[in-house]
Write a protein that binds this ligand. Structure first.
Ligand SMILES: Nc1nc2c(ncn2[C@@H]2O[C@H](COP(=O)(O)OP(=O)(O)OP(=O)(O)O)[C@@H](O)[C@H]2O)c(=O)[nH]1
Length: 816
């Protein structure tokens, strides 16, 4: 790395640490090989250039000169010649003292006699170490007493200020006016023919305008400067307005550049340097036009170089724009009391277009929804979509649902710490129930063995992605279905890894109840209790899940120890009740997912004979799904969006509330686009309708797929969910809360937001306000917080949201 690169990449903090208090070590700087090579080459060149005088300088002096001048041979030669070969006569002490500020200033001068390097070192950054041979550390005392150097002195030896004349840049002022593009550089560019034509027209129009003005406002009219004219009464609207504001008088407006001096004597140049000020004299003066460059405040770079000294004597222009008609008489005010000829034409045109608009709006009103979509939807209206709307059977879905006497639907989420055995447990359950055949399992076993993951064969029933299989970790929610005599179950197998908590939240938001899988292996349970066993339980509770089946798994690894089962049951039970679960809604089943003990059939292992309770499937059957919001407006969160043979746009998800049927119009939020239900499926069977609690597949029509995403809400267009960006939520804090950035999760939807305010700390039980506007909220407290989202999202009162920050769940609660 060259010295120059090294400057750019310099880690000052590091160096400060290294050098802090170290004093002047006197060590030579380590040179990079590149520097070393340049030094050797430069030394040779200098010796050649000095010729016979070369013997008068030492190699060290040459190297110092090269180092100082950044290997500029020419400058180094000049310096060496003047310093060592033909030195100038020494200055008198008085002169020296003048130049350097005198010895008393303690200002260090280096071998080059300028003190410049030391200053430059300081300019580079907080680094005070001077890497030259006489370098060292300056103490603050010295810095304070440093004499003022002029800029010329400061930079006089810098190579970039000694550019040969032939190489210097000559700035040529661009020709004006410039006809370039808005926002482009102001340097000159060649005008296109069209631009030239437009400029010529504009100029002509302006000339004509000013000519007209001249004739309209002759010398006599401009005479408001005289007291007589200005005292004339003003009539019409202008007079009325002016009389209502006594303080405002029809004065000319003087515009001036404002340059503010601060108390410390520096000068500030506000962004808007031009400000308008009304002054109360009636004089109208016109200064000669000023070059705009003269008006400009110095650039940031110039200010850095020149400092904020008031010595920058920019001319403070006094531009005065006389606006004669402001103080004119009734005749001028009267001139505006009637519409101008242009206004007359514009009004007529606008009336004509209003008629057209009214006609087109009326046409739209007679559309299927009878909804006035307004002219802003004009472009959408223009888009030709000739797809016929799907036909509706206009069924009374709720009475159909009651008549149907279908099995009840229940969804459960399987949660727990990573590798607790969730997928294996569900895989085995599906095998034992006959949903997955043995041949498939044999195939999985072979494939899993071939990649060294044979123990995961059962998990592959749920973990279908190649990445999940190769890593042996569930990444996203996997769904599967099975039926018992009374219930049609949907499994939502959640990932246990903390990186995939958002997916777990998505799964839990669709669940009626949960299976919490706990690994009974020694050490694993304890790790889980600190990890996702705890976090998942908290999330379940705050998302409204109240029924939990705790599957104490891998009991085969502890020889079916009843003591271990009891110990774990007790600890989990204490923890769950502290989390807010009612213990009557929590049950415990000792299982081995790998071997299928106590899943569908009771364990045949004699070591497990101590357990005579329910199997896992029996516990599932005993679990009642949550109450369905059948009569509420339709709400469904989209879990998946895909193409299917039935439609290029098919979505799936659980109906959270309400019902729908084929032919229905739907509104997709937040896009606000309308779609129609072409057909729908329930449990892979085509059906005419769907109700809350069911997981359905909907084939959509009459919508562009770009408007539909996973996490969006499908709702009733007549009772849509609103998209909001600010809401109040009553939360249970899992971590310290304060105004901070958060990710807001609701089902599959997650979006960036911010806690902007904490209106109240609440009583956990009664919900009453304990403290208004607390600064922070401690973990395990309940609070009301105000959240602002960066974008509008479909959310409504009563929905549950989870707030995460930095990869941790910090709170969860209910929208108020
Ligand atoms: N001995 C024994 N091992 C089991 C049992 N259940 C699962 N395992 C093993 O535990 C490991 C993890 O199993 P998974 O089913 O992938 O665990 P998981 O909880 O689904 O993992 P994530 O979803 O990634 O968190 C695998 O090697 C399984 O074979 C069990 O009952 N007994």
């Amino acid at each position: 790395m060259s010295r120059h690169q090294a400057y750019r990449n310099y880690d000052y903090e590091n160096d400060l640490d290294e050098y802090e208090g170290a004093g002047n070590s006197g060590d030579e700087d380590e040179m990079s090989p590149e520097d070393r090579a340049q030094m050797i080459a430069g030394t040779t060149q200098i010796r050649v250039a000095l010729g016979s005088d070369s013997s008068k300088v030492t190699t060290k002096q040459i190297e110092e000169a090269l180092w100082h001048y950044y290997y500029d041979v020419e400058k180094s030669v000049a310096y060496l010649a003047s310093k060592y070969i033909s030195p100038k006569p020494a200055k008198s002490p008085a002169q020296k003292s003048n130049k350097s500020g005198g010895k008393s200033s303690s200002f260090h001068t280096d071998t080059f006699g300028t003190g410049v390097d030391r200053q430059r070192a300081e300019v580079v950054g907080p680094w005070r170490y001077c890497p030259d041979s006489l370098g060292g550390f300056e103490d603050d005392k010295h810095l304070e007493r440093r004499p003022h150097l002029s800029l010329a002195e400061f930079f006089h030896d810098m190579p970039w200020l000694n550019i040969p004349n032939g190489h210097r840049t000559v700035f040529i002022e661009p020709p004006r006016p410039f006809g370039g593009l808005l926002g482009g550089s102001s340097s000159s560019g060649k005008m296109s023919k069209l631009q030239a034509l437009a400029a010529a027209r504009k100029k002509k129009a302006e000339d004509q305008k000013s000519e007209n003005r001249k004739t309209q406002f002759s010398e006599k009219d401009v005479a408001p400067a005289t007291a007589k004219e200005s005292n004339r009464p003003i009539s019409g609207i202008l007079a009325a307005r002016l009389s209502s504001r006594e303080d405002v008088k029809p004065f000319p407006i003087h515009t001036k550049a404002r340059v503010e001096s601060t108390p410390d004597g520096t000068t500030e140049y506000p962004d808007a340097v031009m400000t308008q000020t009304c002054i109360s004299d009636h004089s109208v003066t016109t200064d000669p036009p000023l070059d705009p460059l003269q008006l400009a405040a110095p650039s940031a770079f110039a200010r850095t170089l020149l400092g904020s000294s008031t010595s920058w004597a920019a001319p403070v222009p006094r531009i005065q724009y006389p606006i004669p008609y402001m103080s004119l008489t009734s005749s001028v005010a009267d001139a505006f009391s009637e519409p101008s000829p242009d206004d007359v034409v514009l009004t007529a045109q606008s009336k004509a277009s209003n008629k057209k608009l009214a006609a087109s709006t009326n046409k739209k009103k007679s559309g299927p929804e009878g909804k006035d979509e307004g002219i802003t939807d004009g472009l959408k209206v223009m888009k030709v979509d000739d797809t016929p709307l799907p036909k509706s059977k206009n069924l009374d879905v709720l009475s159909e649902f009651e008549k149907a006497k279908r099995k009840k639907n229940a969804s459960f989420v399987v949660v727990g710490h990573v590798d607790a055995g969730k997928s294996t447990l569900m895989g085995r359950l599906l095998v034992d129930l006959g949903v997955v055949d043995q041949r498939t399992i044999q195939r999985y076993r072979k494939e899993a063995e071939s990649i060294g993951k044979s123990s995961f064969a059962l998990a592959w029933v749920l973990d279908q992605r190649s990445e999940e299989r190769s890593r042996g970790v569930t990444i996203d929610i996997a769904t599967n279905k099975f039926d018992t005599d009374a219930t049609s179950f949907t499994i939502l197998d959640a990932p246990g890894h903390r990186d995939f908590i958002p997916n777990m939240i998505a799964g839990a938001s669709q669940a009626d109840f949960a299976i919490l899988v706990v690994d009974a292996t020694t050490g694993a349970f304890e790790a889980g209790l600190k990890g996702q066993t705890r976090e998942h339980s908290l999330l379940l509770r705050s998302m409204g899940v109240s029924r939990i089946i705790v599957a104490i798994n891998k009991l085969d690894t502890v020889a079916w120890s009843k003591e271990r089962f009891d110990e774990i049951s007790q600890q989990v039970s204490g923890f769950l009740s502290a989390t807010g679960f009612q213990l009557k809604n929590v049950s415990y089943v000792p299982v081995s997912g790998l071997h299928g003990d106590n899943l569908v059939n009771a364990s045949s292992d004699p070591a497990a004979s101590w357990y005579s309770g329910n199997t896992l499937i029996a516990e599932l059957e005993n679990s009642e799904p949550m109450a369905r919001a059948l009569t509420k407006p339709l709400r469904m969160t989209i879990s998946e969006v895909f193409r299917s043979p039935q439609s290029p746009l098919t979505i799936s998800g659980r109906i959270d509330a309400g019902s729908l049927q084929a032919g229905d119009a739907l509104l997709v939020q937040p896009s606000g686009e309308k779609a129609y239900v072409k057909s729908l499926e329930l449990d892979s069977e085509p059906v005419d309708w769907g109700v809350a609690g069911q997981n359905v597949v909907i084939h959509l029509s009459n919508i562009d797929p770009i408007h539909v995403r996973v996490g969006d809400i499908v709702c009733d267009p007549k009772q849509p969910i609103a998209c909001i960006d600010t809401f109040t939520v009553k939360v249970l804090a899992f971590d310290i809360l304060m105004p901070m950035l958060v990710d807001v999760h609701r089902g599959r939807l997650h979006a960036a937001g911010q806690i902007v305010e904490i209106p109240a700390l609440l009583d956990k039980v009664k919900g009453t306000v304990l403290k208004k506007k607390p600064k922070i909220i401690k973990p395990a407290s309940v609070a009301r917080i105000l959240v602002r989202m960066s974008n509008k999202v479909p959310l409504e009162v009563g929905q549950r949201v989870v707030l995460r920050s930095g990869g941790h769940t910090v709170a969860a609660g209910l929208l108020e």
